[in-house]
Design a binder for this molecule. Sequence first.
Ligand code: ADP
Length: 645
Amino acid sequence: MTSAILSGTIKLLERDDKMKKKQFKAESKKLLDMMINSIYTNKEIFLRELISNASDALDKLYFKSLTDKANEIKKEDLEIRISINKEERTITISDNGIGMTQEELETNLGTIAKSGSELFKENNEKQKDIDIIGQFGVGFYSAFMISKNVVVTSKSIESGDAYAWESTGVDGYSIEKRVKENCGTDIVLYVKDNTEDVSYDEFLEDYTIERLVKKYSDYIHYPIKMQEIKKEKKEDSEEEIETIEDKTLNSMIPIWKKQKSEVKDSEYQDFYTDKFYDYEKPARIFRSVVEGKCSFTSLLFIPSHAPYDFYTKEYEKGLQLYSKGVLIMDKCSDLLPDYFSFVKGLVDSEDISLNISRETLQENHQIKLIASGLETKIKKELETMLEENREEYEKMFKDFGMQFKYGIYSSYGMKKSDLQDLLLYISSNEKKYTTLKEYISRMESSQEHIYYACGETVEKIDLLPNVENVKEKGYEVLYLTDYIDEFVFKMMQDYEGKKFMNVSDEAMDLDSEEEKEKLKKANEENKKLFEKMQESLKEQVSAIQFTHRLKNHPVCLTSKGEVSVEMEKVLNAMPNNQKVKADVVMEINESHEICQKLEELFKKKDFDTLEKYTKILYAQARLIEGLSLENPTEISNLVCDVLSK
Ligand code: ADP
């Protein structure tokens, strides 16, 4: 043991109570077994993981000291130390950070890191390949890839006592009291013996450790120190003298402060997966330096997939906020609008004071300036992505596109001009994603509206009678499958002056003047028939009429006014009790044989059969729309009745 932090202060105390071995949770055990027993080639990442935890612990202590003046800490005093003992085959990683209490040792190390286990579950369902471990950092547990035994001794800033957590990584762990002078954590790894395939000795060499720190942890902004023995020849003698000196292994220059040309893509990727707990590299990395009223550097990432908790309340948006290279806030939510909440990354500004508080953040002028600058940058980056790599953009949109829609909806359309060009919809044109800009570029100049239809799936929408006719007439239709879609169009009202029109809107009319005239006449002539039919349906529909909008189908439902049948479905499924009703019109295909039948029944005054026909037709229309029947038994009996005649 060499360092001051480690110095012989750790002594075994009398055991408080009879030491009990505790078992790992089942999930942790499964992952541990996989990790320890797989011939996993990337064993070296253990060091990156442990250093990253140490650095986090130092950050936490530093944060605390900013708000708690009683605990003043000088940044220069915070450090990480690594020492090697070849005889005992140990590597020790120490930090003088925040430390862990007994409970924290138990929950943090006794259960596998939450992020890790969630990923494990997710991946386990997808693929059974053992190499999945290689895709993401598994945190502290990676220590067991090279260790037969691990002892974590920690003293928390919150408690006077120190505790040691010990485990072989196989059959549970134990915790006992120890003496430790300073707060912080020492992790002692008892390195495995060499096997036929792997030489673990390699990790006990200074140069290996040095290489690994340079490779994975160079940007860590606390010094990672190791002691080095220097041998010097005495002047005019052959005798050598040895001096022990501290050597700092990392450059400590944050990755975003380095020259762009100096940083490889893979370094940004490693930085991202390490800092933002992702196991896949990001879809986009973009960095910018802004000089002006408020100068800042930003390094942002668009993840390649949604985190498992993205659509839950637990997900916290935000960017890391640094002031001159010092992390002052881990998730500064004011830097990102909700619709870009999936963006990860950091901002470093000289114009932000170190002790900015969360309370005053929202009013902070600098933060506002940075946030607005970032919003423009993110939007531009997404647009470039859409242009340059359509496939990647579509993948991103499937995961995060809902955010853009919410952005327009919740701002009552105010964010329309910012977000509308980021939207994608599947269209009847090749059933592929299209932007609104692309849609209108394909429109004939005479087309006044952007047509859309709503439904559960693209396949179901494609079969809707209303859609069939519009397509037949050569128009393109957008297929809206998210429940929020139509509400967003209502908020937007139009795109580049072209109004949105639901193909099921009663006002939808693609007839020629002549056809319109013919239909009007037919509807007037049959007014009495419709009134009679309506008696059977009562207030379920506000009108019944003939239509030209159908090609082969006999009947459909349309709606008048603001609320469509689809919106009625969505609104009524909401947990509040405000039920709404679409103003529904039942429309019957004027060129379908059923019309003659209805007219005949009316003329014969066979109102009983007419009622049955009406009810069946209405039920059919509802089913086609994806609506349920209020009384399926009645309809079933009616159909049987009619069939048996
Ligand atoms: P993760 O870092 O992804 O949360 P880990 O398994 O690496 O997962 O660590 C679990 C937790 O243990 C950390 O979140 C942290 O709270 C705690 N921890 C680990 N190492 C240290 C340390 N050196 N000092 C203080 N706390 C630590």
